[in-house]
Design a protein around this ligand. Structure first.
Ligand SMILES: [Zn+2]
Length: 291
């Protein structure tokens, strides 16, 4: 599932390949990936230009300006589990599960949205609507300040793994990078955020920033579906230390990496480098928010 580094890579690709270009025509083949009416979506986008691409957490927002100078609209993209945005020549073969086509400029190239599982969504919003959606997210994990990060940890009692994945607190982390950051900071996934020492909390903050920065540099992690705007996989898979490495030796101490289910999600950690705290969070059911 795409997390911040994958979404950031797609956003960078959009800046490179779509900025300044005009949407000549929109074709929606499967309306389930459009939030709201597909007809309204298509007619609003047609004729507009890609003016600015921004990202918060796992959401991409593209500002679309109109030639008549009327108020801009925003294309909100959520890749969900298997969403892919690619810019391809119009005559490139069409992969199965390609649901939306946006012809660019003279129509020789197009932006395609493909999504096998169909949990991804494209939405067309006004500026006010966009602010409301993005306002419900916590600060972006790549740009959050240390003070914001430490404040958000205070008095929190659940598992730190779930806390890291709660998009309302810090936006952008999912299962992969939460596991990797906890390993980097040597913190057990069942630690309670409010009980982690100040030093450890600062280490976690640095670990989150470091892991994300490296992953963005390598274009994210591809297990099966995630691709960048040119259709290329990310190269971070080889750099993962614990995620899906159950039973393999820890790179630091040699102990076998363990897997544990927290709030319905797999957590991977080294039992020696990330010792279980004396007072650990209780294991919760799969309905914990942000999981
Ligand atoms: Zn270890």
């Amino acid at each position: 599932m795409p997390e911040l580094p994958e979404v950031e890579t797609v956003a960078q690709g959009l800046r490179r390949r779509a900025l300044g270009r005009r949407i000549a025509a929109v074709e929606v083949r499967h309306a389930a990936v459009i939030a709201g009416s597909a007809e309204d979506f298509a007619s609003t986008l047609e004729g507009r230009k890609f003016a600015r691409v921004s990202r918060k957490g796992k959401a991409i927002a593209v500002e679309l300006t109109a030639e008549d100078g009327s108020a801009p609209r925003f294309l909100l993209v959520r890749l969900g589990m298997t969403g892919q945005l690619t810019v391809t020549p119009h005559d490139a073969p069409i992969e199965p599960h390609t649901h939306v086509f946006m012809a660019l400029d003279d129509g020789r190239e197009e932006l395609r949205f493909r999504d096998v599982r169909r949990f991804g969504r494209l939405r067309c919003l006004t500026e006010q609507e966009l602010e409301k959606v993005l306002g419900s997210l916590g600060p972006d994990a790549q740009h959050v300040t240390e003070a914001q990060f430490l404040a958000a940890m205070r008095r929190r009692k659940g598992a730190i793994k779930s806390w890291l994945m709660n998009q309302n607190l810090v936006a952008g982390l999912g299962n992969i990078y939460a596991d990797e950051a906890l390993y980097e900071a040597r913190i057990h996934p069942l630690s309670q955020p409010g009980r982690v020492s100040g030093d450890k909390a600062r280490q976690l903050y640095k670990a989150v920033r470091k892991v994300l920065e490296r992953a963005v540099r390598l274009g994210g992690t591809t297990f099966s579906d995630y691709l960048d705007i040119e259709g290329r996989p990310g190269a971070f898979l080889k750099k993962l230390r614990v995620y899906q490495h159950t039973g393999e030796p820890c790179r630091r101490c040699g102990q076998a990496i363990r897997r544990m289910v927290i709030a319905g999600r797999s957590s991977h950690f080294c039992p020696r480098c990330q010792p279980r705290p004396r007072i650990a969070a209780k294991m919760r059911g799969p309905r914990e928010p942000g999981a």
